[in-house]
Write a protein that binds this ligand. Structure first.
Ligand code: R5P
Length: 302
């Protein structure tokens, strides 16, 4: 029985890299839109009796979802044994609660859709806020790998005497691990969200760290509002210009330019989402995650 890795979207290099790391075969698909914008997909590589892994980041997920679901369904229809998903960035985790009456709670809705389509999934640092783990909403095995070791290594080699700074309490889960691995102190701000792009931050006393280089670390930069506010707050404390580090480079609109204009020394992200700011790679972590899943498959636990 063999394993075939397919790029669900346009990131063929990512799928090839993963196939290479796993000693699996890289397969091919064809996809296009009909003139009326319905989606056409075709698996060019035979998948009967194979394990299929679909690979693709789910940033800007809405136009991608139809293709992903059709590919998974086609793979099963064509005889694939198991169909797994490697989504370096996993979408739809922010709405984990009904804040206003009548709102859709999209995190569990999306999880139900993907759990019906796939036998397992592997991702990197999902945005978990009110959930402790993905398996609270995913009914198939869902493995979260962590970028902290590669983030810490990048910081340790690039920034002298770093102070790792998390812009909000949620970020403490990443920031504490990064700081420990980079052998640096850390501080965490308090954040109140005022809207989709506006936040208010409060900093603890940073006076003991005046001789340190601040490095803001968060899981995602989306509108950039959080990091921009944090840069302003750090500047007012008299610390040197901060480096901004995020795992997932969502960067809505001109967020990266606005971060640099707000005084960021450098903006660095991982390659979960392809972007000019990518400085460190989590692909080996993803391969480790898939290997762990494969071991469970062999043991018959998936
Ligand atoms: C929030 O809880 C996250 O960890 C990020 O801080 C947030 O999603 C970043 O979003 P934005 O760039 O739009 O402020």
């Amino acid at each position: 029985m063999s394993t075939i890795v397919l790029a669900a979207f346009d990131d063929v290099a990512l799928a090839d890299h993963l196939a290479d790391r796993l000693g699996a075969a890289a397969g091919e698909i064809e996809s296009r839109r009909f003139p009326d914008e319905e989606t056409y997909v075709r698996l060019l590589t035979p998948v009967a009796d194979c394990d299929v892994i679909l690979v693709g980041s789910l940033d800007r997920p809405d136009p991608k979802l139809a293709r992903l679901l059709f590919l998974a369904d086609a793979a099963r229809d064509l005889g694939a044994r198991k169909v797994g998903l490697v989504a370096p960035y996993l979408a739809y985790l922010r709405q984990d609660k009904r804040f206003k009456p009548g709102e859709a709670v999209t995190a569990p809705s999306f999880a139900r859709v993907l759990s019906r389509a796939f036998d397992w999934l592997v991702t990197v640092d999902p945005h978990l806020h009110r959930y402790a783990a993905l398996d609270e909403i995913y009914s198939v095995p869902a493995t979260a790998m962590h970028a902290a070791p590669v983030v810490a290594q990048w910081i340790a080699t690039r920034v002298a005497r770093p102070l790792v700074v998390g812009p909000d309490r949620e970020s403490e889960q990443w920031v504490a691990e990064v700081a420990r691995a980079a052998r640096a102190p850390y501080a965490v701000f308090e954040k109140a969200r005022l809207g989709d792009t506006r936040v208010e931050l409060r900093a603890p006393d940073l006076a003991p760290w005046r001789d340190r280089q601040p490095v803001l670390v968060d899981d995602v930069v989306s509108s950039g509002g959080t990091m921009i506010e944090a840069l302003g707050l750090l500047a007012r404390t008299g610390l040197p210009a901060a480096t901004c580090v995020a795992v997932h480079a969502l960067f809505a609109g001109d967020a990266q330019e606005r971060l640099l204009a707000a005084g960021a020394r450098e903006v660095a992200t991982s390659d979960t989402i392809r972007h000019p700011s990518n400085r460190f790679s989590v692909l080996d972590r993803l391969a480790d995650g898939v290997r762990a899943v494969s071991a469970r498959t062999v043991q018959g636990r998936i």
